[in-house]
Design a protein around this ligand. Sequence first.
Ligand SMILES: [Zn+2]
Length: 425
Amino acid sequence: MIFADNWATRARLWFPAVDHPSDKATVAFDVTAPSRMEIVANGTLQEVTDLGEGRTRTRWAESSEIPTYCMVIGAADFAIDTAGEVDGIEVSHWTFPADSAAGAAAFARSTEILWFYDSLFGPYPYEKLAHVQSSTRFGGMENASAIFYDQDTIGDALAASPGQAGDAQDGLTSLVAHETVHQWFGDAVTEKDWHHLWLSEGFATYFAAVFFEFNGGARGRGQAELMRQMREMMGPVFEYEAQAGEPIYAPASGSGDYTHLLNPNNYQKGAWVLHMLRHFVGDRAFFGGIRDYYASLRDGTAWTADFERVMEEASGEELGWFFAQWVGRAGHPALEVESASAGGRRTRVVVRQVQPGEPFRLFLDLALRWPGSERRETVELTAREAAFVFETPARLAEVAVDPDGWLLHELAATRPETGSESAPK
Ligand SMILES: [Zn+2]
């Protein structure tokens, strides 16, 4: 069998190209191969010609402009299953015959996934969607309309022990969702240069989690499931920050080697940027802006500034500070929160930013809890330290910081002010 595997700049090793994501193009492949092989590539199947002597020529053509890193062919003895159709788009599964049952399990939610994103982002950009077991070096590779997956990841889809089956299935669903999101973000709207890769990987990572928020998985659905997935992403972000100390946008780093860009800044922190932006502008402006961004830049390329402009238009908010802080600056806020009685039912809450460097501009949600009820407050922080006084109907029992998980931060401490007799417990 033979599979192309181009990311980042290996298309040039097998066809002549301006091998850069800023230069997208349509593409057609004529593949002459032994007749026992099935051929898959980008776009639509145009022609299959029997050349005699056991050879067949197959032509695939993609009519939309795609980046060179997504232009591929695959040739193997495949079992091909048509999974269904979504909005006129055929979804198919291409697996090695011995792995077709595992493939059916791995790709079990492929049509549901396509339907969801087609509804969320706007019409799917290509003519078909093939999920293909392959020899790619990556777990999955988002080649336009012909996604390639690591052969063992698919082949082992049924191998999880019963106790892990739900999480293992969700892991595969998350992978398929991630690669499917890339069809819109990465493939159709492509980062104009490598250092804006978060526009591809951050989007795929975040909207894969959003799939579970709306459609559920083994651990449930809704805001709680989204919060769980976002919190899981914090660890890798903090670890990478400690090691690399770089912002997401770091054009000077690792020059010439693009694989270093496959890091938690572009994946998990990029996802967090979208998550925090969603909370700041609200669901209506956020999802509307995402649709506008796709509709206006489809089949083209984007810088981070293009995304910022579209989201400013969608929300009516000035967002320069937001992108400078979260994409252009390294690190994350570390917070210390103290509360103490300010007499009667009044409570004074002090929030300190204790991370190194300048303070962040933050909109921090607090849940003020007293026996039997609670109230949410959002406070804006711009300085190292800020104090707020809240009045509540009963004596305050607890101040919960960011109770719904919308802010990328570490909590240095949350406590009643020490030495105060009247501190709420
Ligand atoms: Zn990806």
